[in-house]
Ligand binder design. Sequence first.
Ligand code: GDP
Length: 131
Amino acid sequence: MIKPDAVSNGHTGAILDDIIKGGFNIVALKYIRLTEDTAGQFYAVHSERPFYKDLVSFMSSGPIVAAILEKDNAVEDFRKLIGATDPSKADVGTIRNKYANSIEANAVHGSDSDENAQIEGSFFFTAFERF
Ligand code: GDP
């Protein structure tokens, strides 16, 4: 997912370009805005964390781009491409290093396991929308 900060700062095209050049195949792509309710559902796993309310508010503050990506070793390789959660700790050249502003407004989301990639892909896309 490209988060609201990166979309509103005009980085959508550059980030998609980095993703494609990183060897990922885009299987499905959608430009939408989450509500507080849907953002809360997406991040339900963090509902007990102190930053949950702010995160839900940020994630529903503007449009996002959701994508299903395909690659061998996709989960691990995507996390290498995006860098650490906190952009100040993200390696030079990673997406968060180049385009993120803060630990919360950190430009992109990536699934942390194959299982969660399935769940999160199904959150945004029906079977009909995947080719
Ligand atoms: P990720 O897998 O790298 O996205 O990191 P996490 O799963 O740990 O956290 C989910 C998202 O919550 C992050 O991408 C940030 O947008 C946000 N987040 C994580 N840690 C913090 C924090 O300490 N403060 C705030 N405000 N947001 C955070």
